[in-house]
Ligand binder design. Structure first.
Ligand SMILES: *Cc1c(COP(=O)(O)O)cnc(C)c1O
Length: 453
């Protein structure tokens, strides 16, 4: 299997190279050069995962090794099904994706990615430093994924005083020599700008072998295709999915599952008040506005970067056309699609819904009153939007554990959700972090010293 850039002007790469590269050199995102048919076989979640993903890995990793890496990754989950279905209505299920180490669905991909990085780097005798900016969930998922890796160091930047206590402690209480966290005196955008500046500083990037595991990494999308397939197999009939959406990574994985042949009916793109995608589905025009903070912070985004992969498909896989459109979007902050593209790609599959904070709290309360199940604010946005898919069975992706956002859940229900046993003493564990100014030189000096340890 070979990978091509959505902007058509980067070298064609194999799976291992795409894993480590992240973004393509032409600014595009890597996608498989063709879509295989859904593979059969594989026992249990890990076995099924290895079978579904092996065509995308191709010759880069031999099947026995890949199966072992999948088994190791998914043994870190607290339930044997990894992603169990829970019924909340006559034809409505939740797909619980939060049973991994950091209580959010990002673990499903990250637990595998850490092991893939370590395997590929060890085979090549290389070592990298991952630098990441986080507003909450990504940082802890990345840290848990690489804390045991021999070939990876990680430095996570988070905005000082602006992440929740549970989120901060999940990052700062990890006691591994290859893990460091920095509280930056600034906002999440400042943290992201610092990471971008480190990558743009070519001598620094080379000297420290910088790498990234952000949401545009192909391997993350690939690993998320699996649970759409296993959910439909467990259900035993076709279904639609409602997906709490930020960067469009998760819902794109649903589209890929459908493209491979899984019986996915419709996909609901569920947004909070940061609704660039919902507005796109209403107006056929993508327009970036400012970001407002909400109760579902992991969906507080201005632009959904993974949408570029969908656009590439809508352009008949024409990279040059996609590049022109993305450049125009960057320049004008707006992008439109043709009626023909709409009718062929969007109308048959995608629906959209938005849910503001008041509706989010009301949904958490309603689900609790009717079923006794506590859901987190991100999952609540998905549940609220689910009716947009129309008739039939619907599965809402439950993307975070309620105990990760206890304040909102308690506000809605009066019940404070308890942390699972492995995190029960989180609030007592010693923290390790440094506070640094929003200053590139200071951050780069820290990253270099972390690496040389
Ligand atoms: C990251 C995240 C999302 C958004 O997922 P995307 O793939 O960016 O669309 C939704 N819910 C939670 C809890 C998350 O951590």
């Amino acid at each position: 299997m070979q990978y091509v850039s959505t902007r058509g002007a980067a070298p064609v790469l194999g799976f291992s190279e795409v894993l480590l590269a992240g973004l393509a050199v032409d600014g595009g995102l890597y996608v498989p050069d063709s879509w295989p048919a859904l593979a059969a076989g594989g026992d249990g979640y890990a076995g099924r995962a290895a079978a579904v993903m092996q065509p995308f890995v191709g010759g880069s990793i031999d099947p026995d090794t890949f199966l072992r890496l999948c088994r190791e990754a998914y043994s870190s989950f607290r339930v044997p099904e990894v992603a169990p279905l829970v019924q909340i209505g006559p034809r409505h299920h939740l797909l619980e994706l939060f049973h991994g180490p950091t209580l959010a669905f990002k673990d499903v991909a990250m637990q595998l990615i850490g092991r893939l990085f370590d395997h590929v780097l060890a085979a090549e005798g290389r070592r990298v430093t991952i630098v990441a900016a986080t507003s909450g969930d990504t940082g802890s998922a990345a840290i848990e994924a690489v804390r045991s890796c021999a070939s990876v160091d990680i430095v996570v930047l988070y905005p000082h005083g602006r992440v929740s206590e549970v989120q901060r402690r999940q990052m700062t209480t990890v006691d591994s020599p290859n893990v460091a966290t920095v509280a930056v005196e600034g906002t999440f955008d400042d943290c992201q700008d610092l990471v971008k500046a480190m990558f743009n500083d070519a001598p620094f990037r080379e000297a420290n072998s910088l790498s990234a595991v952000n949401s545009i990494n192909w391997a993350r999308v690939m690993a998320q295709v699996v649970y759409y397939v296993t959910a439909l197999e467990a259900l035993g009939r076709p279904a639609s999915f409602s997906v709490p959406t930020g960067n469009f990574g998760n819902v794109l994985a649903g589209w890929i599952a459908r493209r491979l042949g899984a019986p996915v009916e419709r996909l609901v793109v569920a947004s909070n008040s940061n609704d660039i995608l919902t507005r796109f589905f209403e107006t056929r025009r993508m327009e970036a506005l400012g970001v407002v903070p909400t109760l579902s912070p992991s969906m507080d985004i201005q632009v959904s970067s993974n949408f570029e992969r969908m656009l590439f498909e809508m352009n008949g896989r024409d990279g040059a056309a996609t590049a022109v459109q993305m450049r125009a979007f960057r320049a004008d902050g707006a992008l439109s699609v043709s009626d023909a593209q709409w009718d062929e790609w969007i109308a048959p599959v995608f629906r959209a819904g938005r849910c503001d904070d008041a509706h989010t709290l009301a949904t958490i309360a309603k689900v609790h009153a009717e079923t006794g199940v506590l859901v987190d604010p991100h999952t609540a946005v998905g549940i609220a939007a689910a009716p947009a898919c129309g008739d039939g069975d619907v599965v809402t992706l439950a993307t975070a554990h309620p105990a990760k956002f206890p304040d909102a859940v308690e506000r809605a229900t009066g019940v404070r959700p308890a942390l699972p046993a492995h995190l029960a003493d989180l609030l007592e564990r010693p923290e390790r972090t440094v506070v640094l100014p929003n200053d590139l030189a200071a951050i780069e000096a820290f990253v270099s010293s972390h690496r040389s340890r």
